[in-house]
Ligand binder design. Structure first.
Ligand code: ZN
Length: 132
């Protein structure tokens, strides 16, 4: 059911600063860079082995990432697990009474189907399910 850690999401104030740092220190160019309107974020991802590290910068003040930065500053925002069948996993979680942020999958970066699970239900870390 679970394939791998798809990516780790980090909330940042400036994607430009991250890009510059990763270029200078690791010689790494982004694997993708895009604005996800639905989530009100700019996202940039770097491929590291089989996984990505993804940096998220808010595009508006009511973005969930803007609220996160306000409360806690920059840092680890979520972990994303790659699954074969996101609808089946969501269903199974619902049946077990886990608190879902998204009952239905929505569209994330790179056109993947994604859904978030509330940290209170999964050991304190915001969990993203992701399907290619
Ligand atoms: Zn993510």
């Amino acid at each position: 059911m679970l394939k791998k850690i798809d990516h780790v999401g980090v909330a940042v104030k400036s994607i430009e600063q991250v890009k510059q740092m990763y270029k200078e220190i690791f010689g790494l160019d982004p694997e993708f860079e895009e604005t996800v309107e639905e989530q009100k974020v700019k996202a940039v991802g770097f491929r590291i082995g089989e996984s990505n590290i993804e940096f998220l910068e808010p595009t508006s003040e009511d973005s969930p990432i803007a609220k996160y930065l306000e409360k806690r500053g920059e840092g680890l925002h979520h972990i994303a697990l790659s699954v074969n069948d996101i609808t089946a996993v969501l269903q199974s979680m619902k049946e077990r009474g886990l608190r879902l942020i998204d009952e239905e999958p929505k569209t994330g970066a790179e056109g993947k189907k994604i859904a978030f699970v509330h940290p209170k239900s999964v050991n304190g870390i915001l969990l993203e399910l992701s399907q290619e």
